[in-house]
Design a protein around this ligand. Sequence first.
Ligand code: NAP
Length: 221
Amino acid sequence: MTVRTVGIAGGGNMARGIARRLATAGHTVLIFDRKPESAAKVAAEAGDGQPGTVSAEDLDDVLAAEIVVIAMWYPGSVDFARAHATALANKIVIDIANPLDESYTGLSIEPTTSAAEEMAKAIPGSSVVKAFNTQPAPPLFPGVVDHTALDTYVASDDADAKAVVLDLLPGSGLRGVDAGKLSNSRLLERLCAFGIELSNRYHTDGFGFKFLPAGELPEPS
Ligand SMILES: NC(=O)c1ccc[n+]([C@@H]2O[C@H](COP(=O)([O-])OP(=O)(O)OC[C@H]3O[C@@H](n4cnc5c(N)ncnc54)[C@H](OP(=O)(O)O)[C@@H]3O)[C@@H](O)[C@H]2O)c1
């Protein structure tokens, strides 16, 4: 694993969980939010006691990171990326959005596309990768549900970018699963909505989805 610098634009619940997992793996995480006090609080909580550092930074510094996570709600996530397309050009941009409808158990987007694909259209000069979207933010912070490490599904049309994102995960407590091409984000976004529906039915506090292959997948270290 290579230690990297990851920017997160949007300093809310998911930024807290993603930053925590990345800091556990030793990465440097920079967080920007339009409310600086929110970014500062999230950074302090996420970095506390971890080998990597997490700090609240200005927008320019966050967009200058090697990899940028857009941790905002769709379609604002796409609007933000489009507005900063020049700064994001030639970078890996991670989309985590689930375009949930008002029920939170369905999607507001047509099934022939996904939030990630819409982001890729908005920033054609960037390599868009889908990741971190299939579990709620609370279990992402510790990275486990019922003592089981969470899987995160990583999809992209850029194989090199996908490999870089998967390489962020050893030591994070998350197991990365290569989820194929970016259009598989349609399934991954739907999967989270389905998880919310199941979670509502069973009144659970949180959930994750685990891929159980007959063969071996590397376990997180
Ligand atoms: N929450 C979950 O459990 C979960 C799980 C999987 C995936 N996701 C996805 O993760 C994304 C983020 O969810 P979240 O729960 O982390 O949301 P959140 O807690 O609302 O955090 C988003 C943060 O981004 C800020 N923001 C919005 N637009 C901005 C802009 N233009 N510039 C700077 N900051 C901006 C928001 O500020 P304001 O408060 O001022 O708007 C807020 O602080 C969503 O797309 C969601 O679908 C969430």
